[in-house]
Write a protein that binds this ligand. Structure first.
Ligand SMILES: Cc1cc2nc3c(=O)[nH]c(=O)nc-3n(C[C@H](O)[C@H](O)[C@H](O)COP(=O)(O)OP(=O)(O)OC[C@H]3O[C@@H](n4cnc5c(N)ncnc54)[C@H](O)[C@@H]3O)c2cc1C
Length: 458
């Protein structure tokens, strides 16, 4: 394998993959003839980053799509980027069905929720890959890229980045070996879970960035029949502003007939010898694998300003507390106990027929979220659940389940040009870790823009 490339991309999530697809489509001959050399590097042994998960692709410029909402591109270009990435996903085997197009249904639910100050996001156009289908799709995407001359270097972790006269020098570690790679252009797309490492590199390289709010919350699980909005809108995103404290809370990542899952081990946070793996949810397309439950996240946005403080560290501190209470596992609680400030015990999970957890009880610990999360966050969670229950009463059925912690560690936003170049020449960033997107499609759009920026320089 080489040790010098024209372009190195760190991170094989949707942002990194989109960079390479766009480059492949733009300069196929240079890639084939090795006039332009490029590789994608990932510390995991399997490429894809967060694309391996549920894969609900929000096909809209209004959700998680900062290139448009920040004004880097206009609506027309936003749709071009969405369609470009969607075509890639489709030709690699994604489900052709698109949901969330029925305006009557959206209007119906919007009107139902409005009296309780719950705002349903109207943009719900979505393609769903499904956790059980994503591997085949990713294998096929990888094949296309490799056949065009792009190298995949997997299981290789970049530990340090230095700037040198001609570009960048990367210190890389693989299976205990350490070596150096160099490149003229560097794109870093490390995703959310790479943020601690990423931030350290940005500081070392004197890259400008700002603090962002972090999202801290829980995931709730109930019977599929008890959350009827998701029968008609697969992934409804509902926002609420708490009138008493002004906090912004939202439902996020709904998985009808899905499963609760833990994040991937590579996404864990380390505390001393403990690996803290957050709660998440899976949506499944295969009917045989589907469950009788629905789960969704409830997230609170937390900013720490005046004095400005590290929001990521705040969230990590909360996660450590939660995992300590759970014996270094996530916590699960019956909703009636959560609402009554009482701890759940193992006995709450035997002899109950109605709502069964879709994750083995051994992977989580019955406990009390109230003892960990601040009263303000608990109050926000209770308020949104109570409001949802006005239209869907069983949202607060006593047997429902509530899991902690679910957190979204996106706490910085890198200062970039419209083509995602940082204040360090030839250093580009993209995706969730850079605070420039918050979903698969938004991250992919970042990749397309960064690729254009790099191509312009050749
Ligand atoms: C369980 C789960 C379900 C999700 N479901 C959805 C969904 O349905 N719809 C949706 O839009 N979004 C979903 N997301 C979010 C989505 O995965 C992200 O928005 C998206 O993957 C972000 O893309 P990215 O390219 O910025 O980063 P990522 O996809 O996170 O990729 C970053 C990559 O960088 C690599 N990396 C980091 N640091 C280094 C380093 N030092 N050296 C080498 N490699 C490194 C990581 O290993 C990782 O593979 C989900 C996320 C999770 C965890």
């Amino acid at each position: 394998m080489k040790n010098h490339y024209n372009l190195i991309t760190i991170g094989s999530g949707p942002a990194g993959l989109a960079v390479l697809f766009y480059i492949k489509d733009s300069i196929p001959e240079q890639l084939r003839s090795k006039k332009f050399t490029t590789c994608i590097l990932d510390k995991t042994k399997y490429p894809s980053g967060g694309l391996i998960n549920d894969g609900k692709m929000n096909l809209t410029p209004y959700i998680g799509f900062d290139d448009f909402t920040d004004g880097r591109i206009n609506l027309e270009e936003a749709w071009l980027n969405i369609n470009y990435f969607d075509q890639i996903i489709l030709r690699h085997g994604a489900n052709p069905e698109v949901t969330g197009l029925d305006e009557q249904v959206i209007k119906y639910w919007k009107n139902k929720l409005e009296p309780y100050d719950l705002e349903l996001i109207e943009e719900t156009k979505q393609r769903h890959i499904g956790t059980d289908r994503s591997k085949a799709l990713i294998n096929s995407m990888r094949k296309e890229l490799e056949e065009s001359g792009i190298e995949f270097r997997l299981g290789e972790e970049v530990t340090q980045i230095n700037k040198n006269k001609n570009g960048f020098e990367l210190l890389v570690s693989k299976d205990g070996d350490n070596y150096t790679l160099t490149c003229n252009y560097l794109l870093i797309a490390p995703g959310r879970m790479g943020t601690q490492w990423f931030r350290h590199q940005l500081d070392q390289l004197n890259v400008d960035y700002k603090q962002l709010p972090v999202e801290v919350g829980v995931r709730v699980e109930m019977l599929y029949e008890d959350y009827p909005i998701a029968h008609e809108i697969r992934d409804p995103k509902i926002k609420m502003k708490n009138p008493t404290n002004g906090d912004r809370i939202k439902t996020f990542c709904t998985n009808p007939k899905g499963k609760i899952r833990l994040d991937m081990p590579e996404q864990a946070i380390y505390y001393k010898q403990h690996k803290l793996i957050m709660i998440n949810g899976d949506g499944l397309r295969d009917e045989n694998a589907q469950t009788s439950n629905t789960n969704f996240a409830i997230l609170n946005k937390i900013s720490l300003v005046d004095p400005e403080q590290d929001t990521e560290q705040y969230a990590i501190d909360l996660a450590i507390k939660t995992f300590r209470v759970g014996g270094w596992k996530p916590i699960v609680q019956r909703l009636e106990k959560f609402l009554d400030y009482r701890r759940s015990k193992l006995s709450d999970f035997t002899g109950r027929e109605r709502v069964q957890p879709t994750i083995p009880i051994g992977a989580i610990t019955p406990g009390d979220i109230n003892i960990v999360y601040p009263a303000r966050i608990v109050n926000n969670i209770k308020t949104i659940l109570e409001r949802l229950s006005k239209e869907m009463p069983n949202v607060i059925h006593p047997e429902n389940l509530i899991y902690a912690s679910e957190m979204k560690f996106q706490n910085i936003r890198v200062e970039v040009t419209n083509y995602l170049e940082t204040n360090v020449k030839n250093l580009f960033v993209a995706g969730n870790g850079a605070g420039l997107s918050s979903g698969i499609v938004g991250a992919a759009s970042n990749g397309i823009l960064a690729a254009k920026g790099i191509l312009e320089k050749l």
